[in-house]
Design a protein around this ligand. Sequence first.
Ligand code: 1GP
Length: 234
Amino acid sequence: QSYLEEIQQAAYENRKLLAVLVDPDKFDENSISEFIQNLPKETTHIFVGGSTVEEGRTCAVVKAFKNLCGLPIILFPGDHSQISSHADALLFLSLISGRNPEFLIEQQVRSVKKIRNTSLEIIPTGYILIDGGRETSVQKVSNTVPLAQSNLQQIVNTALAGQYSGKKLIYLEAGSGANNPVSSEIISSVKNELNIPVIVGGGIRSTQQLLEAYNAGADLVVIGTAFENGSFQQ
Ligand code: 1GP
């Protein structure tokens, strides 16, 4: 079974998935054993990526996790330089909420050289940036305007356009460190219209927010900052 099929199957069976996001620029490999021990037992995936990451850091972090952790390591790259053949799979992201060709197709074309001779599983993913109440680095780096949370129809239409154009996953992103996570109303509206799994991330800091996202229909939730700095509220 491929990594995508595992996610599809879990979504079909309503088994919720949890990815812990590791930003290679902020991660200290010296504390990796401790980090792995402290992962919530519900963790199903490790995502690796950040908006800007120093060249070579992604590979080092991916290798360290591969050695010590049995969970699937999925790349969630901010740009083509963050692709490591040592990972298991790659979220091949298109920032479909934005209108910047750089993140709709340019970075993807530039990444081909790196991925074509690897065994990385490529997972076409529609990435939708939603206003999380503050300017996040993905907004700055991508130079795109996030969709307002009040613009429900546009968010749903964007997600559907992603599905129609062949994306296998839709990622609703409020941005790392967002003040407001993606609302339950948005998650449930998107989930009701789509027949592909929905990933939700950005600004989720507590069990309550995690459960809200799951109850609204998120199939996989991504948490970075709150686990990175140990501030997650049980
Ligand atoms: C960011 O969705 C992820 O791309 C996670 O965000 O760091 O706020 O958990 P946080």
